[in-house]
Design a protein around this ligand. Structure first.
Ligand code: HEC
Length: 468
């Protein structure tokens, strides 16, 4: 069959049916293992007078073992054509497998044809068969899972006996960016989760291993994959930035790709010289990369705010706020963040409304109290709404004194002060709101000079100071 296959050129480009059969190998190999170990066990048992009756059956067990070993070898050979496996391990696995077949045939003849005078021959073959089954199986496991698989979780004493280094302590979870190692905490975990299933020491697709720094730098089939300082010419970077449907795109086979953030961080890492270690922040990353790294470690504000589970608000509280004229909405399907809007109410905002609203501070992230007769004293209490992301206080007679109370709103991204009495004195407060992205300052007492100064000093801030 293999002869035919090779003569019509299957072996260079195996047809689907052959790959299909090859992939049956991991399933089929369990048959010879079972039969052959059963054969050896039966052989031992038959020495007891109680089990002597099974003796005539034993040779059939060996025969089944040999036949199934034959098929396992054929399928295994087909499998070896379709994947690239570590060639040394593959060589030994293949020939030990052939050994299993020959030894089990030996067992068959020794039990079937040859009489008791050949008792040593029989035990000789049985011993060889059992030992080679174990070795072949172990090598096969190494081929699919990598040679460290078996002892990965073994106690260090046993790992030591096998010549393996002690277990690597898992890296501590990064809780502040300053303690993150540029390779071990940032780059290596990305490759571990998206690449090393195909690029490890047992399965080196493209002859490339991505498990350690040294392996990465020693490159693959096509030579170096990382050129320190030059991401654009690094094969590794090219592979992860191709269109996803391109043949050479990595990870291949439609596996979950790296995120845009991860790709950019890998680019950054290569461009700063692909350092093997050192703290991330030590390389003076620009603000955008800091933000990406914070996002990668789950340290960014957005992750901390929206990633948190928020409990459902108290029903009675919601009811009484609604009866006072607040329109409440839940903003996200899988969380209880809420939006409260008082601007449509005919009433003026009263201190008792504000007191109630503060009880919703876990859930409340958007608040609109525009044109509601809000005073500076109200803002004093509203300063406790620490999760607020958007606040609209436009059309109220509030001043710098009131806005001063809002400086504690660490999550505030948008602040609407349109048509209020704030003046230049409010600008330092606005500059201090670190999360702020957008501020409306149209129709206030702030001077045009003040606006342009604010603009100059806060380049990331969108300032709306006239009719849009
Ligand atoms: C599903 C298996 C699979 C995964 C997952 C995978 N690769 Fe590959 N990779 C391959 C195969 C197969 C080849 C060889 C064929 C080729 O060059 O396209 C290869 C080749 C490569 C090469 C070229 C090596 C050389 O020198 O020729 C690079 C670089 C590479 N992969 C990087 C990656 C990176 C980075 C990831 C993770 C984002 C990844 N791979 C994930 C299967 C995979």
């Amino acid at each position: 069959m293999l002869g035919i296959a090779s003569s019509i050129g299957f072996l260079n480009d195996p047809a689907d049916i052959l790959i299909f059969l090859g992939r049956l190998h991991p399933l089929v190999v369990h048959l010879p293992i079972g039969f052959l170990l059963l054969g050896a066990l039966a052989q031992l048992a038959a020495r007891k007078s109680k089990f002597q009756a099974i003796t005539p059956l034993i040779s059939y067990v060996w025969a089944l073992g040999a036949i199934s070993a034959f098929f396992a070898i054929v399928f295994g050979y087909l499998l070896s054509l379709s994947g690239d496996y570590d060639s040394d391990t593959l060589f030994w696995h293949k020939w030990m497998g052939v050994g299993v077949l020959l030894f089990s045939i030996g067992c068959y003849y020794a039990t079937k044809k040859i009489t008791t005078s050949f008792v040593y021959t029989k035990w000789f073959f049985v011993g060889l068969t059992v030992v080679s089954v174990f070795i072949t199986g172990h090598l096969g496991g190494n081929l699919t899972h990598g040679s460290t698989y078996l002892l990965e979780f073994a106690p260090n004493a046993i790992r030591g006996l096998a010549g393996m280094p002690p277990k690597v302590e898992p890296r501590k979870k990064i809780t502040e960016l300053d303690s993150a190692d540029v390779f071990l905490d940032l780059i290596s975990p990305m490759l571990d989760s998206k690449c090393t299933s195909c690029h490890n020491d047992g399965k080196k697709k493209g002859k490339l291993e991505l498990t350690t720094y040294n392996e990465i730098m020693s490159g693959g089939e096509g030579g170096d994959v990382v050129i320190p300082g030059d991401a654009l010419n690094s094969e590794l970077f090219k592979r992860i930035t191709l269109p996803e449907d391109h043949d050479d795109f990595m990870p291949s086979e439609g596996k979950r790709p790296l995120t845009d953030n991860e790709v950019s961080l890998i680019e950054w890492w290569i461009n700063v010289g692909a350092p093997p270690d050192g703290y991330f922040t030590q390389f003076d990353p620009e603000q955008e990369f800091v933000a990406m790294a914070e996002n990668f470690f789950g340290l960014d504000r957005e992750n901390q705010l929206y990633g948190r589970a928020v409990e459902a608000p108290d029903k009675a509280l919601v009811d009484s706020l609604e009866s006072r004229g607040f329109v409440l909405n839940r903003l996200m399907k899988d969380n209880y963040f809420m939006d409260a809007n008082f601007s449509l109410s005919e009433r003026s905002l009263e201190s008792s409304d504000v007191e109630l609203l503060v009880q919703l501070k876990e859930q409340l992230i958007w608040l609109d109290i525009s044109n509601s007769n809000v005073h500076d004293t109200h803002l004093g209490t509203l300063g406790q709404l620490e999760n607020l992301v958007r606040l609209d206080v436009s059309g109220n007679a509030i001043t710098n004194v009131g806005v001063n109370h809002l400086v504690e709103l660490k999550n505030l991204e948008s602040l609407n002060l349109f048509d209020t009495r704030v003046s230049d004195g409010v600008l330092p407060v606005i500059s201090n709101m670190k999360a702020l992205q957008k501020v409306y300052l149209w129709q206030t007492d702030i001077s045009p000079e003040g606006i342009s100064k604010l603009r100059r000093e806060n380049s990331g801030l969108k300032i709306i100071s006239e009719r849009e």
